[in-house]
Design a protein around this ligand. Structure first.
Ligand SMILES: Cc1cc2nc3c(=O)[nH]c(=O)nc-3n(C[C@H](O)[C@H](O)[C@H](O)COP(=O)(O)OP(=O)(O)OC[C@H]3O[C@@H](n4cnc5c(N)ncnc54)[C@H](O)[C@@H]3O)c2cc1C
Length: 566
């Protein structure tokens, strides 16, 4: 069962194309040859990863994965996700250089500016990296209020303003910068343009984080923007920003998975080999429970994210279900990653602080992912828009097949305006739950999920509560669990996952649903009917000692299964 988690010793995703497999293996080989001592030294010395980028350039890895069909390559989300998982397995910093390259390329690949696209393809093939300049120091998520201002100068524009939190802003040959044209009101004034971080009018102010990755603050001083640099104008610039974030935020879940996998091997191996009071640490019942829960959560993250790839790759103007599964991958999978690390940390305790472990950086890095590309709140607010149609008005839709076919995911660069989310329809969420009705904890969870439909039908939020985001977020957590369970079960069915493990995963989901129900109960504005509903839907998972023991054995078998070369 060890191959449910990425294990560099055995990893070979046979459903991907030969070139992707070669690059994945070469990348693992590069990190392993470098070894853990060197990985940790560079991490602690916050050394910019020139050696890594040289390797990436020599293999044309970013160019192979990130050049879309429109400029002669193939943008295949499945292999992009696999590559991101591998990079995060070895360090979030390496993953981040890749992630912000994806974000930086987003506005370019969505543009009609063919010259800019050709330039980007050339830079990529030469091993260059990219950057995405959306955030500003004062404005956070509020991108409507940009202070990057372009003033017409006769031949083009002069850009003035600063950006903050911009990855790769120290080296990127193309920084996709969002701003507005002076004097043009509202959405009509928005603009996306490409800047060169090495231009004399581009001032690199500082790295705002203390890390290997470079998260820059930069300022443009009368930076010349010519027609050939303009990627989008008006409402299209705003759509390009949102659609780029849509493409990028999907990757965050896979980074969380990679981090948790590496940390998991360290934790289980340490606990199994540590003897206290004459017994292994893994003999403590609470340690077994903690590790089994962490494993169930991690496998659930993988199942959900793996299936979400299919929906992203099958997306079209007529099938926008990915717009729900995408923020759930970003928000739910990454926050589950935090739960996994928390659970593991309780087991490894002091070991999790030791400087030569991967764990000590995982413990910090795992916190970043829920906060990038929009916070958990912002994504939950998005997820809530889909709730009525998903739960209350399912319809008949074609089943989305498994998608590992090597096609170019061109639709991602033609997503159109991110509007009408409340109109997106879904197939009946009950179908996969029916297929696993004989699994005891799926059945218990199904009762809770049906209860959520009752709540919304009979005691849903009133007009005042509908504007109370604090209450709605609690409701959103309950809703997200139902969506999460749907794709977990779809993937469990497609991959023939062991039923014991499905049961164990839903043992966790039943407890999580109960906890969120109690949270809803405690909200200041919850009504009497909502409070009653909450308490009535607290459920105990179906316990089964033999099933638990079998799953625990799978977990214990991971001890010693992988250790990075020193
Ligand atoms: C390491 C790192 C790297 C980054 N790299 C980049 C990059 O390369 N390019 C780039 O452009 N940006 C980058 N960012 C910025 C990142 O995308 C923002 O941090 C993120 O969008 C959240 O903004 P903020 O942290 O300023 O939070 P704020 O926007 O200040 O939010 C404050 C609080 O308000 C809540 N909130 C805000 N708006 C809403 C809403 N609409 N609904 C509900 N709640 C809301 C938030 O959840 C949060 O609790 C990076 C950030 C970090 C930390």
């Amino acid at each position: 069962m060890t191959d449910l988690l990425l294990n560099p010793r055995t990893y070979d995703p046979t459903d991907l194309d030969p070139e992707a497999r070669r690059l994945l293996a070469a990348t693992i080989g590069w990190f392993e040859a470098r070894g853990k001592t060197e990985l940790k030294r560079a991490h602690h010395e916050r050394e910019w990863y020139d050696d890594f980028l040289t390797f990436i350039a020599s293999e044309k890895a970013f160019a192979t994965f990130l050049t879309p069909g429109s400029v002669g390559g193939c943008w295949d989300t499945a292999r992009i996700c696999a590559f991101g998982e591998v990079l995060a397995f070895y360090g979030l910093g390496y993953w981040y250089a890749w992630q912000v390259t994806i974000l930086g390329l987003g506005p370019v690949w969505q543009s009609d500016n063919e010259a800019a696209k050709a330039r980007a393809a050339t830079i990529l093939s030469q091993g260059g990296v990219f950057a995405f300049g959306l955030s500003e120091k004062a404005h956070g998520a509020d991108i409507y209020t940009t202070d990057m201002v372009l003033t017409p100068d006769g031949s083009g524009f002069r850009a003035n303003g600063s950006k903050y939190y911009i990855g790769n802003g120290n080296v990127a040959a193309m920084v996709s910068v969002f701003g507005r044209i002076a004097g043009v009101p509202g959405a009509q004034g928005y603009v996306f343009f490409a800047a060169d971080s090495q231009h004399p009018s581009y001032e690199l102010v500082k790295n705002v984080v203390s890390s290997q990755m470079y998260v820059s603050e930069f300022t443009l001083h009368d930076y010349p923007v010519q027609a050939q640099d303009v990627l989008h104008t008006g409402a299209a610039a705003f759509d390009a920003a949102l659609n780029t974030v849509n493409i990028g935020k999907f990757n965050l879940g896979f980074a969380s998975i990679g981090i948790c996998e590496h940390a998991f091997y360290e934790a289980i191996t340490h606990a199994e080999n540590r003897i206290l009071y004459g017994k292994r640490v893994t003999d403590f019942p609470h340690v077994r429970q903690g590790l089994t829960d962490a494993y169930a959560r991690l496998v659930a993250m993988k199942l959900f994210a793996d299936r979400a790839i299919d929906y992203v790759r099958s997306a079209s103007a007529d099938d926008r279900r990915y717009l729900l599964f995408n923020p759930v991958t970003k928000m739910k999978v990454t926050t589950q990653g935090e739960r996994v690390i928390d659970g593991l940390w309780d087991v490894v305790a002091a070991k999790g602080f030791e400087k030569d472990t991967y764990f000590e950086q995982a413990a910090m890095d795992i916190r970043a992912l829920p906060k990038l590309e929009g916070t958990v709140h912002v994504n939950m607010a998005l997820v809530l828009k889909f709730l009525p149609n998903y739960l209350l008005a399912p319809t008949t839709l074609p089943e989305v097949p498994r998608r590992r076919d090597g096609a170019d995911d061109d639709f991602l660069f033609h997503q159109g305006p991110a509007r009408g989310l409340g109109k997106v329809r879904f197939a009946n969420w009950r179908t996969p739950y029916d297929a696993f009705a004989d699994v005891p904890n799926v059945a218990v969870f199904r009762e809770q999920a049906e209860g959520l439909v009752d709540l919304l039908t009979n005691a849903g939020p009133d007009a005042e509560q509908a504007t109370d985001l604090d209450l709605l977020l609690a409701l959103g957590e309950l809703f997200t669990l139902v969506v999460y369970g749907q794709l977990i079960l779809e993937q469990a069915g497609l991959s023939g996952l062991d039923r014991d493990l499905v049961d164990q995963i839903f043992d966790v989901l039943v407890r999580d649903f109960s906890a969120y129900a109690v949270d809803l109960h405690g909200k200041a504005s919850s009504t009497k009917a909502q409070q009653l509903w909450a308490l009535e839907h607290v459920r105990k998972p179906a316990a089964a000692a033999d099933r638990y023991d079998r799953v625990w054995q799978q977990v214990r078998d991971l001890a010693g299964a992988y250790e990075m070369r020193p």
